[in-house]
Design a protein around this ligand. Sequence first.
Ligand code: IPM
Ligand code: MG
Length: 363
Amino acid sequence: MVQQFRITLLPGDGIGPEIMAVAVKILKEIGQQFHLQFSFQEALVGGAAIDATGEPLPAQTLQQCQNSDAVLLAAIGGYKWDTLPRHQRPETGLLGLRAGLKLFANLRPATILPQLIETSSLKPEVVEGVDLMVVRELTGGIYFGQPRGIFAAETGEKRGVNTMAYTEAEVDRIGRVAFETARKRSGRLCSVDKANVLEVSQLWRDRITLLAQEYPDVVLTHLYVDNAAMQLVRWPKQFDTLVTSNLFGDILSDIAAMLTGSIGMLPSASLGAAGPGLFEPVHGSAPDIAGQDKANPLAQVLSAAMMLRHGLNQPEAAAKIEQAVLSVLTQGYRTGDIHSPETTLVGCQAMGDALLQALQTEH
Ligand code: IPM
Ligand code: MG
């Protein structure tokens, strides 16, 4: 039986369209092999949407995403839109998408592939074997807290305000995702906060500690965020699953990404309690290399694999894509961001072709 899926594609800005084209090719091939029929529909978000409609997340795009089985996003943003007012910035479109689809759980795996150990800026013995998962809260915390704004202070100067706030329910639901994730991995969970200074973090820690009683098989530890940042570069292998708030997760997931050598390798999944998930690379739109066929499409392709696994319940198809990625790396193909002297430098399209070949020969 052929299974059908409606996928909304959001190529976005910069290198987005190039890497999305590769991911779509790969999905079409994998669809044939596994009897999955994808109907792809493109929509506008970010700078591309601003140029076409004046807003970064047109209502039609959100609606189309809500009506699909999964959303695959490439990247948004660029210098061109950096000076627009906040409500018109590409980033506001992405945040609106996360909020609009109620995607409170962001899974960001950082796995060092043996083929890429040398590309990390850390020593091989420090990064070899690193395999961790950052579970980032995505629709709360300081990104969305009220009040926010730039207000007139009594002194006559301006005063910028953002609010970091979490309710018990918000902590509990991300906590549950994290405990479940840790349980399926090695059973170790580290919760990251700033409970020595912030009340919001004290509540976070209290709730996560309480939740731990329901997961006796998971070993829970806590770290302050400054220490966690240090430990991530000192000895990353001590971590398996990390759970943290929106802002801390933003920062720590970039650090985790860099352990693996290139942010061009890392996928992510954003999930809600129900409805379609959003799958996107951790990296940005790289406007400096856009349109030059230089971008690394692997994070986008791996995001498509995460979509198959976490969004469409197709773990075998996902594993096959991940296998193909390992295979092209073993064959020595590298885009500029992960290139080293004894490997073969290829562009974005050629990397896609190599992946396709790997998928077809291992069929
Ligand atoms: C990320 C990005 C976004 C964030 C930006 C583009 C709004 O840095 O997904 O990590 O801060 O969440
Ligand atoms: Mg970020």
